[in-house]
Each structure stands twice: as C-alpha cells, then as structure tokens.
Ligand binder design. Structure first.
Ligand SMILES: *[C@@H]1O[C@H](CO)[C@@H](O)[C@H](O)[C@H]1NC(C)=O
Ligand SMILES: *[C@@H]1O[C@H](CO)[C@@H](O)[C@H](O)[C@H]1NC(C)=O
Ligand SMILES: *[C@@H]1O[C@H](CO)[C@@H](O)[C@H](O)[C@H]1NC(C)=O
Ligand SMILES: *[C@@H]1O[C@H](CO)[C@@H](O)[C@H](O)[C@H]1NC(C)=O
Ligand SMILES: *[C@@H]1O[C@H](CO)[C@@H](O)[C@H](O)[C@H]1NC(C)=O
Ligand SMILES: *[C@@H]1O[C@H](CO)[C@@H](O)[C@H](O)[C@H]1NC(C)=O
Ligand SMILES: [Zn+2]
Length: 653
C-alpha cells in the first residue's frame, strides 16, 4: 500500500493525529539501529577492563569488511557522498553554459560529470595550461617536444613563476606563502605570512615515473630525478638555518631595504593582481633562509630550478585531483573543490525544513556543556586568580558554533555570485580543477581587503576535507560540518545518552581546545592575551599537563581535549540536576553509563588502517581517555592491576 499517497489524501484535520505515531516510529528506529550497530561491534570475549577498544570495537572491521570506509568518520563521509551522488543521478541542468547562466548546482553537477568522464589524469595537460610564464614553456616539456631547441633561460624568473603558481593555490617550493589572521592585534584582519617550506620532495623513483609519464626519456628522467634530489639536499641545509627573530611584521619598503635581492613587492603584485603600497606590512619568518636561498638560486642552473618547480607543481595537482574517477572519488573531489556550494546544497536538500530543529538542539547541547564547564571553572580546582577565571569564563560564554560552515545570511544568490566567474568546461577536467583552485586562492586573498564579516557571517575557507567538528582559535568558533549531524554521531531523535556519547563528547572536545595549552592564550575574540598566557605558568596547569604527557604523545593538546571533553560531556548528562534525559532507555538493557561509554567508543571504532594526523591512533586515544576517567573505572568495576585502570589520575580544571 502506498502510505505516502494515503497520507497526502487525508484532510488537514486528521494530519496531526497521524504525524505523532509516525514520529514515534522514526524515534524508535534511530535508537534501535544504533543499539544494534553498537552491539554488533562488541567482542564479548574481551574484558572491558583489559582493553576497552577491543571490547567495544573488536568486531567493527568484521561487520564492515566489505565497505570502502575504514572508520566511523569515513563512514559518515561516505553517506554524504552517496546522498549527493543520488541527487545528481537524474539531475537536469537549470541554466546553460552557452547562455552563461548556469546555477551553482549546475556547476557542481558539471564538475562532477567531467570528473566522471575522465579516464585518467593527463599531467601534460596541466603543464600545457599553466606554464612558467606566458612566453616560456617548462624546460622539460620543450625538450620532449623539440629535442634540439634551446630553452630561453633568460626569460625564466623563479619568483615570478612561483607567484603565478600561487594563484593556483600552490605553495611549498622555496616559499610558503599563507594567510593568517592577526591574532596579536586584530583577529578580523588577515596577514600575508612568508616562510620557508616544510614539505618533503617525493622519492626519486616517483619523480622519475612522473617524468616518464610526461614523455621524458627513461635515462634522462632518472638523471633529472637524481639532480633534483641533490638540489633538495642543498635546500634542506638552508632550512636548518635558525630563525633568530621569529615572525615579524615588516613594511614592504623596509623589506626591500633589508633584502633588495628578492623583489617581494612585485611577487605579491603578481599573486594579487593589484599593487600593495610600500607601507603595506607582511609577516616574515626566517629572513636568513631567504637570503641564503637567493644566493643558492643565483648559482643554480635556471633549468634545474624550473624542473624542480614543475615537478612539485605536478605532484601537487596529482594529489589534489580525484584519485580515481569513480563516483565516490569524484564526489569527494567536488566536496573538496566547491565546499561552500556543496554545504549550501546539502542544507537545502537534506535539511530543508528541519534545519531549525537541528540548530535548536545543537544549541541546547552546546549551552548545557558550556554551563557544566563554567560550573567546573567556578570550583577553581587549579587555584587560578580571579581575573584569570574571569578571562576563561568570558571566553567560554563568547564561544560560538557554525553548522555547515556557511555564512548565516547565505542564500542562493550569494552562492551563485561566489562562483560567478567559474564556467565549467564539460570536456576538460584538468582545466576545471585549475579554475577551482584559482577561485579558492582568489577568495582567500580577497579576505585581505574585504570588510570583516559579522561573526555569524564568517565562514572558513578550508581545504574541505573534515567531516568532524573543528575549533578555530582566532574566531573562538566551533565549526560543525553537516556530515557530522547524522547517525551514528547524531540524530535529532536520538536518546540524549547516545547524543552525548559521540556528538556531545566531540563537541565538548572542540570547546576544550579553547582551554588547552595552545588554546588558552586566546581571548574571547581570538586575540592572544597576557592574562591567557599567564595561565600557562600556573602550577596546577603545568602539573596537569605534565601528568597528561605520559605515556609520551605528539598530540598533548588533543589528549587534553579528550580528557576534559569526556568529563564535561559525562557530567552534563549525569549531573543530578541535569535537564538531559539520562534515564534507562526502554529500547535496551544496557545501563545508561555503559551506553554512554559504548557511544564514546563509536567515534574511535575502525580497522586502524589509516594514519592519524595530529592525533594518536584511535585505539590509543580511547584507552588513554577512559582509563584516566574514574566514572568509567567505577562503572565497569576495573581494579588496580587492570590495563584500563591507572593509579595516578591526572587533574586539569
Ligand atoms: C538561462 O538562459 C536561458 C536562455 O536565455 C533561459 O531559457 C533559461 O531559463 C535561463 N536559466 C536560468 C536558470 O536562468
Ligand atoms: C637534433 O640534433 C642532432 C645532432 O645535433 C641531429 O642528429 C638530429 O637530427 C636533430 N633532431 C632534430 C629533431 O632536429
Ligand atoms: C600590533 O600593534 C602594535 C602596536 O599597537 C605594533 O607594535 C605591532 O607591530 C602590531 N603587530 C602586528 C603583528 O601587526
Ligand atoms: C580505480 O578504480 C578501478 C575501477 O573501480 C579499480 O579497479 C582500481 O583498483 C582503482 N584504483 C585505485 C588506485 O583505487
Ligand atoms: C543558549 O544560550 C544563548 C546565550 O546564552 C541563549 O541566547 C540561547 O537562547 C540559548 N539557547 C538554548 C536553546 O538554550
Ligand atoms: C540541584 O538543585 C537543587 C535545588 O536547586 C540544589 O539544592 C542542589 O544543590 C543541586 N545539586 C547539585 C549537585 O548541584
Ligand atoms: Zn581536537
């Protein structure tokens, strides 16, 4: 029977009666599905006090053995991709390329389609489309085409070539030029930051293979790869030169006096397509490096420098492009290249009318967790001074969140305008990729001159690859991607215990970034403050972090955010006066506290295949977080001697 038709044929009078049980059904199923999934991942042969990760996640890899994702966050990204793929399956263009009135959704579709139609990456095409300058080809490309021609080295200028490539968002050969918010004076203002690069050159064999693909003869390709590595060794020595002064603001005219050999002003003019005045200030690091670099480059064959830049640029584009050209890969690529458009479309298509309900619920959780942390601060376990406490409280109360990384006032017109200059070529993926990279770089640089957006209209120009929430220090802002607002992390109808286990825990983790070692110095508007910095040397703060640094980790701040995040999320839920529902749910026998911990574990479950950036591996994180937490050891009755029990517990806040 067609339920949909039956429903729509009912009178308005009857409708409210029907909606109630329908909602209840949905309510039950999201919770029941979650319980079923959680229980299917448990390995009952493992004692939770021995290894909670293997207990809660031991079967995850078996259950998901035939899937393309390898842990919970990639599962959620996968679901988003699938939804968007389905949406574009039968998509009809609204405007047309000929009339030049394609809508932003048309552009998403066209880019997706050109990606799907691509059989393989043609590196040569990129290098034909973008050359060192308009009157000069890449040396190796010329060599391949006309073996006997002479490459006009005198036309080559490494700095101007880098300026041209920076417009395609390429950074990392000789210079790293990025944009930073001025956290010293005005966190609404962007600074151009110039520094030495930190990346690594690809292996010789990778470079040789790339050159062979470009048509370079095998022996020559191997030879060039060797030369580049030798060159890289010399550059690495330069990178070791110490930066005595650290980052400093300097006007272009002063920079010119100090370093006349590097025409920075001209470089920036080429990147920006307008001229900066002589008194314009940029932030420079590692001046000694740049001076030494210039000397080395003066004594290097221009063709070698050209080869070096070309190889790095080609590798950058390869890494940036869709891996393969499957539906999934292409949708990944679309999301990464056109983040604003995808987020807006997602909001329109998949949130639609329920947007307000989600926002209100996220706000409820955000407010309650903040209130809980605020009460904890008032207890002042760390014996902070009244003005330090006041500083932390005002920062906490000024903290905000943004769902979907969209400006609050964004509408269709705004999004269409944002992409107005992008006209997707239905037959040329490579060109489109370059167009979108160029747009990204331009939009980023536009922030240098644009008036500061209001806090609610701020959005972060990212590289579009996070589905989990993140915290922006200079904005005192938590960004919550749409991908995270779905099961298993969250559903508006989920029971509070489950909501707090993943979503609440992760949200609190992000809030806590404002209070850990690197974060505490920023004030309520994201500016570094002496009062914030003064907390760094308070005894209890120092000893708390010292305690957390065992066992050794490269991501102490992440550990601190987990450590606090789980406590605050737990207390928010189980506090005797909590307005949240922490009562035994009817849909399971698992006790509320165990259910909470099992849900926390879901965020970390996976097959442990991926590498973890800036965090410990997921299993290490979960064990470390829980064994430090008294409420956990009490609930599972873990005892001294158990792996999930530590004698010496750390304290922070
Ligand atoms: C685009 O232009 C064509 C031709 O002028 C018109 O028929 C079509 O309605 C326009 N579409 C949009 C979305 O503006
Ligand atoms: C290039 O030069 C070599 C020797 O100088 C000559 O044998 C060869 O024919 C030339 N090739 C082309 C394409 O002109
Ligand atoms: C911040 O402002 C102070 C003076 O108010 C100035 O001395 C300093 O150079 C500025 N810093 C930056 C990064 O602009
Ligand atoms: C690319 O996709 C094809 C077809 O789905 C698959 O056979 C191949 O293994 C994939 N390659 C990579 C590198 O993922
Ligand atoms: C959350 O807190 C803010 C500011 O304190 C308040 O304006 C808002 O109404 C609260 N929202 C909810 C849902 O509690
Ligand atoms: C809960 O609220 C009551 C009444 O407002 C208060 O007396 C009590 O101290 C609160 N309990 C806790 C643990 O805060
Ligand atoms: Zn974090």
């Amino acid at each position: 029977m067609n339920l949909h038709r039956a429903l729509t044929s009912l009178t308005l009078f009857l409708l409210p009666l029907l909606i109630h049980p329908a909602r209840k059904g949905a309510f039950a199923s999201v919770n029941e599905n979650q319980i079923q999934a959680i229980t299917s991942y448990v390995d009952p042969l493992i004692n939770p006090c021995d290894d909670y990760y293997r207990y809660a996640c031991g079967n995850w890899a078996n259950v998901h053995s035939n899937e393309q994702y390898y842990e919970v966050t990639s599962l959620m990204d996968h679901k988003v991709n699938k939804r968007l793929i389905d949406y574009f399956q039968n998509y009809q263009l609204e405007g047309s390329s000929e009339a030049g009135n394609e809508t932003y959704t048309d552009k998403l579709f066209l880019y997706y389609q050109t990606c799907r139609r691509t059989k393989s990456l043609q590196l040569k095409r990129y290098l034909q489309l973008v050359r060192p300058s308009s009157h000069l080809d890449w040396q190796l490309m010329l060599e391949v085409r006309e073996p006997n021609a002479t490459w006009p080295a005198e036309r080559f200028n490494w700095l101007f070539t880098l300026a041209k490539l920076r417009r395609y968002n390429f950074k990392g050969a000789f210079i790293e030029h990025i944009l930073l918010l001025d956290v010293d004076n005005d966190s609404n203002r962007y600074l151009i930051d110039l520094d030495k690069p930190t990346d690594k050159l690809a292996d010789e064999i990778v470079i040789a293979a790339l050159l062979i693909e470009l048509g370079v003869e095998r022996a020559r390709a191997i030879d060039v790869a060797k030369q580049l590595h030798k060159f890289e060794e010399r550059l690495l020595i330069l990178r070791d030169i110490a930066d005595k002064r650290g980052p400093q603001s300097i006007s272009l005219s002063k920079l010119k006096d100090e370093m006349p050999e590097v025409p920075w002003q001209l470089y920036l003019q080429l990147v920006l397509s307008y001229t900066l005045t002589e008194d314009y200030e940029v932030q420079i690091n590692n001046r000694e490096y740049f001076r030494a670099l210039n000397k080395v480059l003066e004594n290097t064959e221009p063709s070698l420098i050209d080869n070096y830049i070309m190889v790095k640029f080609a590798l950058f584009l390869m890494k940036d492009s869709a891996d393969n050209f499957t539906k999934m890969d292409c949708m990944w690529d679309v999301r990464k290249k056109m983040e604003l458009a995808v987020n807006f479309l997602y909001k329109q298509q998949f949130y639609g009318g329920s947007d307000a309900k989600y926002i209100a619920d996220v706000e409820r959780i955000f407010n309650l967790t903040r209130r809980e942390f605020s009460a904890r601060l008032k207890n002042n376990r760390m014996k902070l001074l009244p003005n330090q406490l006041e500083f932390l409280q005002s920062k906490l109360s000024a903290m905000r969140f943004n769902i979907g990384n969209l400006p609050a006032s964004a509408d269709e017109r705004f999004i269409d305008k944002y992409y107005a200059d992008v006209h997707i070529d239905p037959n040329n993926y490579h060109k489109n990729q370059l167009l979108l990279l160029k747009l990204r770089s331009r939009k980023e640089h536009d922030q240098l001159t644009a008036p500061a957006p209001s806090p609610s209209d701020y959005y972060f120009i990212s590289d579009g690859d996070s589905c989990t929430p993140y915290f922006l220090f200079p904005k005192n802002l938590v960004i919550i991607p749409y991908a995270f607002l779905q099961p298993p992390a969250y559903h508006v109808n989920m029971h509070d215990i489950m909501k707090m286990g993943i979503f609440g825990f992760v949200l609190t983790h992000e809030i806590m970034h404002g209070f850990e070692y690197s974060g505490v110095r920023f004030d309520s508007s994201g500016i570094t403050d002496w009062l914030g910095k003064s907390i760094l040397s308070e005894d209890e703060f120092v000893s708390g972090f010292e305690c957390l640094s065992y066992p050794k980790t490269d991501s102490l701040d992440e550990r601190a955010a987990d450590f606090m995040g789980i406590r605050v999320a737990y207390d928010t839920l189980f506090h005797p006066n909590s307005s949240m529902n922490a009562r035994q749910p009817s849909f399971t026998d698992i006790t509320p506290r165990r259910l909470f911990f099992l849900n926390v574990a879901q965020f970390f479950c996976g097959n442990l295949q991926p590498t973890f950036y800036e965090h410990d591996a997921d299993d290490v994180r979960l064990r470390q977080t829980l064994k430090q937490f008294e409420a956990f050891t009490l609930e599972y009755e873990c005892k001294p001697g158990d792996a999930m029990f530590v004698e010496k517990r750390c304290e922070l806040y």
